[in-house]
Write a protein that binds this ligand. Structure first.
Ligand SMILES: *Cc1c(COP(=O)(O)O)cnc(C)c1O
Length: 356
């Protein structure tokens, strides 16, 4: 048997570990920002019917362009978008990988602000794009001046902005996006995976699309729609951006089953998004209680909360685990991230926190 070290692996991949949070068999798992609510029965039935209707035709390749699904996604987003301004793939991670394949690559640079979504640098690595991580200031905010200075200094081919930001949870002021757009020499990607959870008054970067042909907004059905297992992410941008990603996408990348299931889910958007309000309530409950206990807590527009533990986060993580609650150590000294889920999960988390 040959070991990985015996294989002629790319030098830049040697010694790397695959992405993944440790998934432990614990009663309360609040570490991956999934939607805690199972798919509602009427939606289960609709998915089953939609998938069943495809089965006899699985000898044929699916619609390579996924036009019907993209039209449904555009209708969901609004903002005057049509199918030509929307592109879909197996999760927004694949969409972002396609963006890096099209606009990044060897000799090119992608820039993001840290702490940020840990997949962005990994997708850059996989596509041979050099990654520049620019640290955020105290409190994890990002001002237009800071963002503009970083973009001017590094002149990246792609800028990744995450709003609401993972792991901190706070949405970005659209003025920061506009300021970056004004100076960025390349593409600007705003990752809005958690947009549906934002606090009232939060403005989506979708509203900036008509004036900015190099802006791309990525979204996902993994979080608010509770469709993480279905794997469906998408982008909204100028139609020329959709033309660009089609140059690098695999033929037939979205299976007929995925397209049918995602369309069935979108047809029940109202029912599914009802869980978003319930989750936001738990999110706000967690924020309030942690602040009462004296933790520092980042403002959250997402379905998770980043909080300080007043000491070593690895031992705090272990203490919570010993009390049956799995949260995420995102590698930020002194901080942990917890996903907001059901009221019972919040009860368990807040009870465990008492032992910190
Ligand atoms: C969870 C998450 C995603 C979702 O990725 P999918 O591939 O769509 O499941 C994207 N961006 C961020 C910042 C996330 O936290």
């Amino acid at each position: 048997m040959s070991a990985l070290s015996d294989l002629p692996l790319r030098a830049d991949l040697v010694g790397r570990s695959p992405y993944g949070a440790p998934q432990l068999d614990v009663a309360v798992r609040l570490n991956t920002n999934e939607n805690s609510y199972p798919v509602p029965e009427p939606v289960v039935a609709a998915i089953a019917d939609a998938v069943a209707a495809q089965l006899r035709d699985l000898n044929r390749y699916p619609d390579r362009e996924a036009v019907a699904l993209r039209a449904d996604l555009a209708a969901y987003l609004g903002h005057g978008l049509g199918a030509d301004g929307v592109w879909a793939a197996n999760g927004s991670n694949e969409v972002q990988q396609q963006l890096l394949q099209a606009f990044g690559g060897p000799g090119r640079v992608a820039l993001g602000f840290t702490p940020g979504y840990s997949m962005h640098p990994l997708l850059a690595l996989g596509t041979g794009t050099r990654w520049v991580g620019v640290p955020r200031g105290d409190g994890f905010g990002l001002t237009a001046d800071e963002a503009v200075a970083a973009v001017r200094e590094h002149a990246p081919d792609l800028v990744f902005l995450c709003s609401p930001n993972n792991p901190t949870g706070t949405a970005l002021d659209p003025a920061v996006v506009t300021a970056v757009l004004a100076v960025a020499p390349g593409m600007v990607v705003v990752d809005e995976a958690y947009a549906e959870f934002a606090r009232p008054g939060t403005v989506s970067a979708l509203s900036l699309l008509p004036a900015h042909p190099r802006l791309v907004v990525t979204r996902t059905m993994s979080k608010a729609f509770g469709f993480a297992g279905g794997r469906l992410g998408y982008l909204a941008a100028a139609p020329a951006v959709v033309d660009a990603v089609q140059l690098v996408r695999l033929p037939y990348h979205l299976s007929a089953l995925t397209q049918a299931a995602a369309r069935a889910v979108l047809a029940h958007a109202g029912l599914l998004l009802a869980t978003v309000d319930a989750i936001k309530e738990q999110r706000d409950r967690i924020v309030t209680r942690l602040r009462e206990r004296g933790h520092r807590v980042a403002d959250s527009d997402a379905n998770f909360v980043l909080f300080s533990v007043g000491g070593d986060q690895a031992s705090a993580w272990r203490t919570l685990l010993d009390h049956g609650v799995l949260v995420r150590d995102v590698g930020l000294p002194g901080w942990l991230r917890v996903t907001a889920g059901t009221p019972a999960e919040t009860d368990a988390f807040l009870a465990a926190v008492e032992s910190l």
